[in-house]
Design a protein around this ligand. Structure first.
Ligand SMILES: N[C@@H](CCC(=O)N[C@@H](CS)C(=O)NCC(=O)O)C(=O)O
Length: 243
């Protein structure tokens, strides 16, 4: 994040780089990228460093010299700056439903995904190599386990990490069942047109479906054919060229 272009109105988006055929393996970053594509807002994707983000997390944007972090805060900012082509048609009731599902996805299902990636013993080596494989030798020896330890603490703090693995996955399965019911046979979660809820749903579901990580939560997603075809359809529509 250099200081050189802080005066321009270019929208720069800082996120984790591509992995596993996704433009980013971060659900929150993919949510924002999906929103930008659905709302057709011109932007430049750049590799991000969470240590330089105001919240210590990604995604972060820089626009008109301002650094803004947190995907939802960013989307609210974008709505003010670029208009609200996706959500402006929603009734207050629909907005309430959208928020409830968004929270289910981002504050609950996300942590099940985190568990399946970082703690599930069979998946950890795959995640470690994808996320830390590029580190120089000495760092590669301790950084991955250090970060894994921090993720374990976050899961414990959330509370989900205190449950038995079967209970964690059962909760995630319930989330997916609720989402599958909400989507039904509609093209998007709130009917015929996309809304910002679809950006959240796609960002998180694509990050469960495509990475080469088997787990009970991925199996539960594969058990929901409408969610799977939704993700595949949005991939074709929004991300026709894989990274
Ligand atoms: N509420 C934030 C969450 C962002 C988030 O958790 N990002 C993760 C990647 S998916 C991250 O940067 N983690 C780094 C860390 O926790 O140190 C948002 O909506 O942007």
């Amino acid at each position: 994040m250099s200081k050189t272009d802080t005066t321009t109105a270019t929208l720069e988006v800082f996120q984790y780089g591509p992995a596993w055929g996704l433009t980013t393996p971060s659900p929150f970053c993919l949510k924002l990228e999906t929103y930008l594509r659905l709302a057709q807002i011109p932007h430049q994707i750049k590799p991000g460093d969470p240590r330089k983000s105001p919240t210590g997390k990604l995604p972060t944007i820089r626009h008109k010299g301002q650094l803004i972090s947190d995907s939802s805060v960013i989307i609210e900012y974008l709505k003010k700056e670029f208009g609200d082509p996706l959500d402006q048609r929603l009734t207050p009731q629909e907005k309430g439903r959208a928020l409830a599902y968004q929270r289910l996805i981002e504050e609950h299902l996300y942590w099940v995904t985190v568990y399946a990636r970082w703690i599930e013993p069979n998946n950890w080596p795959v995640v470690r190599d994808a996320f830390f494989g590029g580190l120089p030798g000495p760092l590669k020896l301790f950084v991955p386990n250090l970060v894994r330890g921090q993720v374990k603490k976050q899961l414990h703090g959330h509370g989900l990490g205190r449950l038995a693995p079967a209970a964690i996955y059962q909760r995630g399965t319930q989330d997916l069942q609720a989402l599958a019911t909400a989507l039904g046979d509609q093209p998007y979660f709130l009917g015929t047109g996309p809304t910002s809820l679809d950006a959240s749903a796609y960002g998180f579901l694509a990050n469960l479906l495509y990475p080469p990580l088997d787990s009970p939560i991925k199996s539960s997603l594969l058990d929901q054919p409408n969610l799977v075809s939704y993700v595949n359809r949005l991939s074709t529509q929004l991300f026709p060229v894989n990274p």
